[in-house]
Design a binder for this molecule. Sequence first.
Ligand code: NDP
Length: 451
Amino acid sequence: MNSIDEKLQPILAQVIRRNAGEPEFHQAVHEVLESLGRVVAKHPDYLEQALIERICEPERQIIFRIPWVDDKGQVQINRGFRVQFNSALGPYKGGMRFHPSVNVGIIKFLGFEQTFKNALTGMPIGGGKGGSDFDPKGRSDAEIMRFCQSLMTELHRHLGEQTDVPAGDIGVGGREIGYMFGQYKRLTNRYEAGVFTGKALAYGGSRARTEATGYGNTYFVQSMLKTRGADFDGKKVVVSGSGNVAIYSIEKVQSFGGKVIACSDSSGYVVDEAGIDLALLKEIKNVRRDRISEYARIKGQGVYFVSADKGSVWDVPCDVAMPSATQNELSGKDAARLVKNGVVAVGEGANMPSTPEAIKVFQDAGILFAPGKAANAGGVATSALEMQQNASRDSWTFEQTEARLASIMRGIHDTCFETAEEYGAPGNYVLGANIAGFVRVAEAMRMMGVI
Ligand code: NDP
């Protein structure tokens, strides 16, 4: 890891002490503090007013019991979380994650990252995140519905379109949002369309929201490549995951002339040198909700599956890598292998998928590296566009919405690029994103007094 300015070290020490046993949160704070030495040199008042300490402390953390009954009639208990991290720029905004690995530290790291990501979009949204250790795999539709309804029976009192606006994340897509929104509406007796984003088009969703995170990451990587006179055309691309972000990254890369040759899920990865057949992948993942090995089985000759215990998707040589599954999925060793195999650009579709060691390898090798909090901001930016459409009771076309997304992503790219130059680290998108996001939140908080 890079070093942290000595004035900031006590802040990290305090975060670690106060949030014991939450390594992902420590990692996320560490990465941002590494970038802030240059900021406090310019703005010593941020230290005097304890702005950084305040930004590292969530405004509110809610932890609750979720009891529900499974199809066999047995009572199940899960734990629910909502961390309302920062509301200096607008209502808390960030997705809900359903995955057995979820705990308060994971949600806190995601909420912390979300605060800066949302600031980078330039839109009026604060940062929050939530979820549960519920495992949706193998659960029936009826079980998913009962679980979502029980979760919302508690969570609804903490939400509101001016207060806190959740969306999807790992394990939470259109189906789950429908069940949660339905229960919210029932309990509050209000049709508050803007309280959730990622809704279906039938009841206030936005066109292009489903595609937005993957498309947005692809636009960001395209802008990075352009700074070196390159583009996606003819490039070999590896995308990890095969969920929402991965699928729409693949779609956009293909439309830009890139060839995606591998993707994965938690059970392993598939390689298809002819280029991933997206229609088949969507059918397997979104309709049948099946495992990725099915892709190789159906495709047959020339296409192969490697299970997760035998190798990593990052073993596959490529020009562009787009990690789009989960945190810390790309290690220092993976990064070294990617560099050795000639990777030129990495765009993080997932949140914090590269370990600190991996980021260092990419940066030392001069690879174009886009951190998730900038590169995957297209999802939340389009969520903010959904909120705008809900507030004005309007509905935009796909083309209109995607054009706004593309322009927001180019804006985020340029902000990160220019901020890195301004602070003496040209080409360092990590530093550019951290500083630009932080300064926007810090300035708003400074003007509001000690909050
Ligand atoms: P999905 O649930 O749709 O897909 C997640 C994908 O990642 C699946 O293929 C899943 O495989 C794989 N995955 C999840 N956990 C692991 C794990 N522990 N090890 C290996 N593979 C894993 O989620 P999304 O596509 O929505 O989210 C992916 C990432 O993008 C997350 O980091 C999320 O925070 C981030 N993100 C999402 C946004 C959105 O709009 N959806 C916005 C911004 C960021 P399997 O099915 O086998 O579990």
